[in-house]
Design a protein around this ligand. Structure first.
Ligand SMILES: Cc1cc2nc3c(=O)[nH]c(=O)nc-3n(C[C@H](O)[C@H](O)[C@H](O)COP(=O)(O)OP(=O)(O)OC[C@H]3O[C@@H](n4cnc5c(N)ncnc54)[C@H](O)[C@@H]3O)c2cc1C
Length: 389
């Protein structure tokens, strides 16, 4: 009888596991993806929504083609994992009916991250002031504020690593410069980039980002965390107070609460090793994607590769299917905007190969428009591969 594989999260990692199992051992697994939304929206090009160079319709996909290809898709919010009973609890979320409990033989936990700013004073009260490029609603508000503000200060904040997509806060800063320059109001704004890390992330391109910040007149503050948010100011852990008109802030990231409540790890899902992403406590529960405590950056390629390792482990454990070749390495492109204010974003290319020791970095320090196009093709290829259109 086919083993029931239940996957929490229909994103890059969750769909990566589902598709691999269906391709490599179609008769052996009954695959159900539980995901909270009825659509998926790709992450990497969301920053370009604020310059208007990306459109929502190009990065949103439904699950219908996937369902037609034999992967069961259940929409609802997973609230609890019961490892001893081998089932998960699901709450109904608009707009589809949800099954309350789903039983599994193998469970893959791939819900991505939660953005949690509750450790910051004033966070609850002034949450409405926070925008960023990370969430669909907030990125839309961000675009609205950025295109309508007439003067002031934009503060962009990157929390301590690990967080999802290392370059996104620096991308945000340079795209803010681009939009303000394009609007002809750049000299009426201060742009301050506050990084809780010792340099803009990721380290491999920190020198390029720092140089571009200088050229764009961006004020850079490193190794400082925001500890308080007020109505029009933030306070750093040094005690320094910075004014803001627009606060583009990424909160610290963590795994959803149900991971810790099920004993699967504290801030992140504890795995045995990057190549064996099973829970340290349960043989039948695995992690994939950003939720996993991997010693690598949290990005799409790593998330997908971890999904292939998870699928391989399930097939190995069940003694079926054909393993897929995989290793940890990634190639990425960071948007660096356009210093002259043309809405033609340039990007820098960089990569890290973790298959070599020490990991081998690579980069082209020259920002190019062709890299922005390459990133778009890469993102579209992922969507086509996982959502089948
Ligand atoms: C703004 C931004 C820019 C980025 N830029 C890049 C980039 O340039 N390069 C790069 O490689 N990566 C980039 N990334 C990161 C990349 O998108 C993520 O690393 C990747 O999507 C992680 O895959 P995942 O499957 O772990 O999470 P996701 O793809 O986020 O999928 C998680 C899924 O789980 C669902 N879910 C969450 N909680 C629950 C629950 N309780 N119950 C049911 N379903 C749930 C979510 O709705 C989602 O569909 C970027 C991300 C963002 C947001």
């Amino acid at each position: 009888m086919a083993r029931r594989v239940v996957i929490i999260g229909g994103g890059i990692a969750g769909m990566g596991v589902a598709k691999t199992l269906k391709e490599k051992a179609p008769e052996d697994f009954d695959v159900t993806v539980i995901t909270k939304d009825t659509f998926y929206m790709a992450g990497p090009s969301r920053p370009l929504l604020i310059t208007g160079e990306q459109k929502y319709e190009r990065i949103i996909r439904g699950y219908e083609e996937v369902a037609r290809a034999g992967i069961k898709v259940a929409h609802g919010l997973v609230t609890e994992i019961l490892p001893d009973e081998r089932k998960v609890r699901v709450a109904e979320a608009p707009t589809r009916p949800a099954v309350r409990e789903i039983e599994y033989d193998y469970l893959v936990v791939a819900p991505g991250v939660v953005l949690d700013g509750t450790g910051i004073e004033g966070y609850e009260k002034y949450k409405g002031n926070i925008v960023n490029v990370y969430e669909p609603g907030r990125v839309d508000t961000f675009r609205y504020r950025l295109w309508n503000a007439s003067k002031g200060t934009v503060v962009v904040y990157a929390p301590k690593m690990p967080y999802r997509c290392a370059p996104a806060p620096s991308e945000t800063t340079l795209l803010v410069h681009t939009v303000l320059k394009h609007r002809g109001v750049r000299e009426k704004f201060r742009i301050i980039h506050v990084d809780a890390n010792d340099k803009p992330q990721p380290p491999v391109i920190a020198d390029i980002i720092t140089r571009l910040f200088e050229q764009a007149g961006v004020e850079l503050i490193t190794s400082r965390q925001i500890v308080e948010i007020g109505p029009d100011y933030v306070v750093l852990d040094s005690g320094e107070r910075l004014p803001y008109t627009i606060l583009a802030m990424l909160e610290p990231n963590r795994a959803p609460r149900f991971v810790e409540e099920a004993g699967l790890g504290k801030n992140w899902f504890e795995i045995r090793s990057p190549t064996d992403p099973r829970s340290v406590k349960y043989d039948d529960i695995l992690a994939a994607g950003d939720v996993a405590k991997l010693p690598f950056p949290k990005n799409q390629e790593i998330a997908y590769e971890s999904a292939l390792f998870a699928a391989n482990k399930i097939m190995e454990d069940a003694g079926v299917g054909e393993r897929v070749p995989v290793q940890y390495a990634f190639l990425g492109w960071a948007y660096v905007g356009n210093l002259e204010g043309r809405l033609e974003t340039l990007s820098v290319k960089f990569g890290l190969n973790f298959a070599t020791k020490p990991p081998k970095p690579s980069k082209d320090p020259e920002p190019k428009e062709e890299y922005t196009k390459a990133k778009d093709s890469w993102e579209q290829a992922y969507l086509k591969n996982l959502f089948l259109y």
